[in-house]
Design a protein around this ligand. Sequence first.
Ligand code: FNR
Length: 187
Amino acid sequence: MSTKQIGIIVGSLRRNSFSRAVAKALTSLAPENLSLRIIEIGDLPMFNQDFDEDGNTPESWTRFRNEIKALDGFIFVTPEYNRSFPAVIKNAIDIGSRPYGSNAWDGKAGGIISVTPGSLGAFGANHQLRQPMVFLNVLMMQQPEAYISNIAEAVNEKGEVTSERTLDHLKNYLEAFSQWVNNVSAS
Ligand code: FNR
């Protein structure tokens, strides 16, 4: 089975982000046939259609679009902001979806892991994020779902996920995602 290239998109730019801690844990738990790496989105200027139309496309947009196009799939690791997903993720989605007719996300496999120090699993962020991705023709894995609550208790002061339960959960998620990417690639 060929190795699939998977990007991880983190929805927080915060230095001590729990979401980034989960993303880093994923990279160390990758099954054999997945190569996982974080795709940075913090340097993407806010979407403005004029940049493309005026021939002033920011270099970081081009880098990001090319990175997404080269992937077989991606996993969003998102916190929840006010019962939705953060603007940095929406900005990245919109940039990847344009110029019109050049949707970098098209036909790829997608997954979502939502993370919160609270107790509701960032359900709102998780489900709202599905909406634009379905529109952009991303094949989103439906099961298993991944809602990670009480994340502060699973991460140490160095920003490492240390909870065996959480690590097991992430490992199982990745195994299912690996199968999902293979199914999407074969279809
Ligand atoms: C939050 N937080 C939050 N948490 C949650 O479970 N549901 C929510 O709707 C919100 N809303 C919200 C809005 C804004 C603007 C901020 C800054 C925060 C708390 C959030 O889960 C917490 O700050 C996490 O630590 C953010 O994720 P990172 O940065 O640790 O990855």
